[in-house]
Design a protein around this ligand. Structure first.
Ligand code: AMP
Length: 419
């Protein structure tokens, strides 16, 4: 494995897997350029070192080739502006034009390939199978796409002399551009700066955290957070549990939760998590009260009540005053803080104050010397919404990838570079 800082890019063509999966408005304008901005240092490093760059990314979830709603052509002006130089857009990944342009690239030049997911080979999953396809047909289609995936990888690799993976957000996927291609560059593969920084930040909290270490886990459902809750149990001193998940825990213990979001099939799991925490001496912290609403809407009637005494016809959509106080106090006493998932329906201002208090407490603890890592789309959206992102030690770009890494799973995109 090479290091981007010490690699000699002079005269080399670097193919970089970036994460340019940015939000677009209905006119195809980029509405948030954070991800493109984040990749600039890696691109500049290659160019300043005398190399040229071939950028590749996915955008959205197109189900077929040439669905122009998902064309990366739309983001070219933004990339050019942030990079301060022209970008050659070839409009495909596999055609002659892409190969010709790549072969002719001169030092300092940048080209961008079309959306990788226009090709079924990127994910290696068959497309267009009839709903009633037989198992044999499914197996044959799978085999065919795996075969053509090899050619896809070979083609992409043929454009370049070295490979850089700077897309942490997709590192948990074993796709052509995130993992398979790395094998084609056994001595010339490396992480970009985003990846390096992400891994450093996450390793810092999972390998040798300063204590006390608290994880704040929110979001809507227990089912999507079980493995992180279980895994964190071996690492943290306490877990603050917030958001819609709370009500499954409360109902599992006989609490009254009215019409709050709840997953009854997760009751045994919730009870198991409570038991494990007790056995391992991990403190689980729930909000004693809830801000309840008579409907899931910004103009709902609201009031506060104990979190396990929510009347029928009402639902808990945020934590209330007692919860805010207790969460804040606890966070301020910690030296390592991980936050994933809002503690209320933060998208509606009326139910965002709990998440705001959490974000503010994390920022204040960080100012007092704690190391804080915020990750997962919604919590990142929270710190951005409250203008606190630059007061957090590290704001991760990876949602699923971050959680899987913390859970101790090997990320294919990371392993492909390290091995
Ligand atoms: P997740 O993707 O699982 O992290 O969940 C994030 C979503 O959980 C956000 O869209 C929040 O609006 C939602 N959420 C947080 N608290 C609640 C709640 N009390 N009831 C319903 N949804 C919630």
């Amino acid at each position: 494995m090479q290091k981007i800082d010490s690699y000699d890019f002079k005269g080399k063509r670097a193919i970089i897997r970036v994460d340019f999966n940015v939000p677009l408005d209905e006119n195809g304008q980029v509405t948030d350029d954070t991800r493109i901005r984040a990749a600039i240092p890696t691109i500049r490093k290659v160019l300043d070192g005398g190399g040229s760059v071939i950028l590749m990314s996915h955008l959205g979830r197109p189900k077929k080739n040439n669905d122009m709603k998902y064309s990366l052509g739309q983001i070219v002006p933004t990339v050019e502006k942030l990079l301060g130089r022209p970008v050659i857009f070839v409009g495909d990944c596999m055609g002659e034009k892409a190969a010709d342009e790549a072969a002719q690239l001169r030092p300092g030049e940048v080209m961008l390939l079309e959306n990788l997911r226009f090709y079924a080979e990127e994910e290696g999953k068959p497309r267009g199978l009839a709903d009633d396809a037989s198992d044999e047909e499914k197996a044959a289609a799978k085999k065919a796409v795996k075969e053509s995936q090899k050619k896809f990888v070979e083609r992409l690799a043929s454009y370049a002399d070295c490979y850089i993976n700077d897309a942490f957000g997709t590192a948990h996927r074993a796709h052509a551009s995130t993992a398979l291609i790395a094998d084609r560059f056994p001595n010339d593969k490396m992480f970009g700066y985003i990846m390096e920084n992400e891994l450093k930040a996450v390793d810092r909290i999972i390998e040798n955290p300063q204590r006390p270490f608290v994880a704040i886990i929110g979001g809507s459902k227990v089912s999507t957070k079980i493995s992180i809750l279980e895994n964190l149990m071996n690492k943290v001193d306490s877990i603050i549990i917030g958001g819609g998940m709370t009500y499954t825990f409360s109902a599992a213990q006989g609490g009254k939760i009215g019409d709050s979001i709840c997953e009854p099939d997760m009751f045994p799991t919730a009870l198991e998590i409570l038991k494990k925490a007790q056995e391992r001496g991990v403190k689980l912290i729930f909000s004693p009260d809830a801000l309840i609403a008579d409907k899931f809407a910004e103009d709902a009637d609201t009031r506060e009540c104990p979190a396990n005494e929510i009347p029928d016809g009402w639902m808990g959509l945020d934590i209330a005053e007692e919860g805010k106080k207790s969460f804040r106090e606890h966070i301020l006493g910690c030296k390592t803080i991980l936050w994933n998932g809002p503690v209320g329906v933060f998208e509606m201002d009326k139910f965002a104050t709990g998440s705001k208090v959490v974000a503010q407490a994390i920022a204040d603890a960080t100012a007092n010397g704690a190391f804080s890592l915020v990750g997962g789309g919604d919590s990142v959206a929270c710190v951005n919404k409250f203008g606190l992102a630059d007061r957090i030690s590290y704001v991760s770009t990876g949602g699923g990838a971050l959680l899987e890494y913390i859970e101790g799973k090997e990320l294919p995109g990371v392993a492909a570079i390290r091995k």
